[in-house]
Design a protein around this ligand. Structure first.
Ligand SMILES: [Zn+2]
Ligand SMILES: [Zn+2]
Length: 203
């Protein structure tokens, strides 16, 4: 099983935020468990594991220091996330567009205007944007970007789906249209699903 933890930053989070993120990720997980990806995935609230939440909060707080980069933070969080059958869990943080996490993510990548992912750490900082949650969560699972770095509003030639969720700014209803991924990204997630299944048999 592959696990994505979600966390709303306590200083800014409301019950509505929590419902929004949990609901979006549960919906994504329901899609991913079906054809064509068939990924064994579970979604967990970080706050339900207080010891882990405390360790993660400590790392996220360090992002207030500009010398501590988003990549440093991702590497440190990789060390504290639990490993289930050889798979390190992932973490999606929902936070304010003006907060220190959004600032750190955009310092790493100025194109990351709504969210950013590095290793097992994703940050989403566009409020109530389900596409953004899906897009970053899919990066956590290895999905590839489908826009050109030199011109984000142009698609990469290997993306064969109009309205692919890995485009730069997916349209509003993209996330309702499963599978909202091009063949390349379906293959990436399907390969991950096979690896996860194999390890679940081995361990
Ligand atoms: Zn992306
Ligand atoms: Zn694509």
């Amino acid at each position: 099983m592959i696990t994505i933890y979600w966390h709303c930053l306590e200083t800014t989070a409301t019950d509505e935020d929590e419902k929004f993120v949990a609901g979006a990720l549960d919906q994504l997980a329901q899609h991913l468990r079906k054809e064509p990806t068939k990924l064994p995935i579970s979604i967990k609230r970080l706050g339900d594991e207080p010891e882990l939440a405390r360790k993660v909060a400590e790392k996220l707080n360090r992002l207030n220091d500009q010398l501590y980069t988003f990549s440093d933070c991702a590497a440190d969080i990789a060390d504290v996330l639990p490993i289930d059958k050889a798979y390190t869990a992932k973490l999606l943080v929902y936070c304010s567009p003006h907060g220190h996490i959004a600032v750190a993510a955009q310092r790493k990548n100025p194109d990351a205007r709504w969210g950013g992912t590095c290793g097992p750490l994703a940050a989403v900082y566009k409020p109530n944007d389900k596409n953004g949650v899906f897009h970053e969560a899919l990066h956590l699972l290895g999905a590839d970007e489908c826009y050109r770095e030199d011109d984000p509003y142009q698609k990469k030639p290997d993306c064969n789906r109009d309205g692919c969720i890995m485009e730069y700014e997916p349209t509003e209803n993209t996330c309702e249209d499963w599978p909202f991924l091009c063949d390349k990204n379906v293959r990436i997630i399907r390969d991950l699903a096979k690896q996860v299944e194999n390890r679940m048999l081995l361990f």
